[in-house]
Design a protein around this ligand. Sequence first.
Ligand code: PXP
Length: 252
Amino acid sequence: MTKLRLGVNIDHVATVRNARGEGYPDPVRAAEMALAAGADGITAHLREDRRHISDADIDRLAAITRRRGRPLNFEMAVTAEMEAIALAHRPHAACLVPERREEVTTEGGLDVVKGHNTIAPVVQHLRAASIRVSCFIDADPAQVAASAAIGAQVVELHTGAWCQAVREGLSGADALLEKLRAAAAQASGLGLEVHAGHGIDYETVKPIAAIPQLMELNIGHFLIGEAIFIGLGPAIQRMRALMDEARSERAA
Ligand code: PXP
């Protein structure tokens, strides 16, 4: 099986920084440390309300990832403002996410079926600028098919519901994992690259990493939280090791 890439989302370093309205801790320093610790790329979400990552952070993240030849995955709402920012920076990848001001985090996947007419032109413009486009969707066959039809090259499957079900010991957890597996197989069959993310921690990473079609995981909140206790580098290295273990156990 191919090696699973790890994208580290550094948004919540900016959340802590913004709690004081000053410059520390710096998410760009976290991005540098993440890359040094084995992250394959950096993910950042510039939200409309700028609650964590700022425009200046994106400028600097684009510069350091370009300098190091590592991918920047720019998570963005499907808006004219975000499209213009993406086109100005030309990150390696853009992941289209739904965004509601009142939500605490990205609570569900993008509705590509209903949003077709709004999303399709944005996909086209980003692709024309050589930005790889991903749609962050729920593990739903209609959303997978719509993402392929709209011209996205990647789908990122929202793992949040399954991770939460595992943490809360809910009986529906197995069925949710099965849906993720089926969506990954469907997407791959349609020629899409398949990623996954949201809510992943040490406990949930292995069953996800064992899904053979997955090429990349994007993990943020847990790693930044764990960094408080053991440091960012060791937290990333432990996550990386669990991902590799899951892959080698599956191959064995
Ligand atoms: N992938 C996407 C598309 C996201 O929106 C997020 C959260 O910003 C993540 C991955 C990472 O989720 P978490 O912070 O829960 O690990």
